[in-house]
Design a protein around this ligand. Sequence first.
Ligand code: ADP
Length: 438
Amino acid sequence: MEKDDNKDDNDDRVPLAETSLLNKLIRRSLIESHHHVEVLQRDPKSPLFSIRTFEELHLKKELLQGIYAMGFNRPSKIQETALPMMLADPPQNLIAQSQSGTGKTAAFVLAMLSRVNPDDRFPQCLCLAPTYELALQTGQVVELMGRFCVNVRVMYAVRGNRVPRGTVIHDQIIIGTPGTVLDWCFKLKLLDVNSIRVFVLDEADVMIDKQNFSDQCVRVQRTLPHSCQMLLFSATFEDSVLHFAQRIVPDPNIIKLQREELTLNNIRQYYFECENKEAKYKALCNIYGSITVGQAIIFCQTRLNARWLFSALTNDGHQVSLLSGELTVEERAMVIQQFRDGKDKVLITTNVCARGIDVQQVTIVVNFSLPTNAMKTVDFDTYLHRIGRTGRFGKRGLAFNMVEKRNLPLLFSIQDYFQTTIKRLDPEDMDELEKIED
Ligand code: ADP
C-alpha cells in the first residue's frame, strides 16, 4: 500500500448538507428518472390519482404561468404522484422519498404556493431546511415559481436575519432552519404557529445527520395545529429516516421512488499490475490517450494523493481538474460544472469528495487506488458506486484499476465478490490498448 494511503481520510467526510447543496448549485435540469414508484396510501381503498399534465391540477393561473416560465412542460415522476395528494382537499399528509434532482423541491413549493391566501397577510406555510444555504435555495424557487403571484412573499428565519421582538410578520411563507424557527416561535414570539396550514420538512436525511435538529424539528411540529398539513421529503430512506419521518408526520401517505440497481454487467474492467506509485503513474500516462476519448474520473484514496497526481499530470502538460475537500462549496460546484459541461475531460478526486454527486456522462473510471476500508480490505460498495451503472439504461463503460503487486489479492477479492472478470493489461502494449478503444 502507498504511504499516502495509510492516512485514512474518512475523517474528511463531506457533510451530507454540503453534498446536497452542491447538487443543487450545479443542477439545472431534472434527473432522468426511470424509477419505479411505490405508494403506500393512508386510505388504501381510495383510488390512486396521478396526473400527466400540470393543467390537470387546476392550479391558479399565476402559478401555471410561473411553472411554464421556469421551463417545466410536464410533471416529473415524483410530482405526478405526489402533487394530487398534496393538493387534495381535505389536505393529506405525505412522506416522500426520491433521489436528489427528481423534482421534490418544485413539488412542495407548488403545494405551498397553492395553499397560500395572498389576502391574508400573515405566515401560513412553514418550511424547515437543514442549513442556511439550503433554505435560501428553496426560497429562490418559491420566488421564481411564485413570481406572478401578486402579494405572496417569503421570509427567511435563518441566522443573521435579526427581526426585533414584537415585529408583525406579513409574509405568508416562512423558510428557515430549525433552531432559528424555534426562537421565532417561542423566544421572540414572532410566529403564530396556529395560523400555519402547511408544514414542510425538507431533506429529512440531512436533518437527522445534524445533532439536535431532529429534536428541534419535533418540537416545532408538536406546536402546530392538528389541521396543519405535514409534508416530509428525503433523498434517502434508511430506517432512521423513516422512523424520524413517522414521528413528524401523522397518518401519512408514503411515496418511494426506487433507485435502480447498480450493476457491473456493461462495464469492461481491466487492471495494470505495477511495482509502486511511480509505475502506476507511468501506466496512467501510457493509457492517457485512451481515457481522454471520453470523460474520465480518476479516484485516489486520499486528498494528498489526489493533489500529487494532479500536480504530476499538470506538470506533464495534461489538462486535468481536481475536486478536493480543501475547496469551498462554490469552488467545488464550479469544478463539477466545468466537468459536467465537458470543458474538462479528466477529473481527479477522492471518493469522499465525489460521493453523492451524479455525473452521468462519465464513461471511464480509473481507480488510481482501489477503494479500501479501515481494515485495509476492499470497500466493495464504493467500488460498485464508482464504476457501476444502472442496468437498463447504462451505457457501456470502462474501468481501469492500477494495482501494486502486493495488492493483487485485493483485486482478486473484487472478482470473487462480484463474480466478474477483470482482465490484465500490459501498459506498454499499445496494440492491446488500442483494441480496447474500439
Ligand atoms: P429535488 O428537490 O428532488 O432535488 P428539484 O425540485 O430541485 O429536485 O428539481 C431539480 C431540477 O429539475 C431543478 O433545476 C428544477 O428546476 C428542475 N425541475 C423540477 N421539476 C421539473 C419539471 N417538472 N420539469 C422540468 N424541470 C423540472
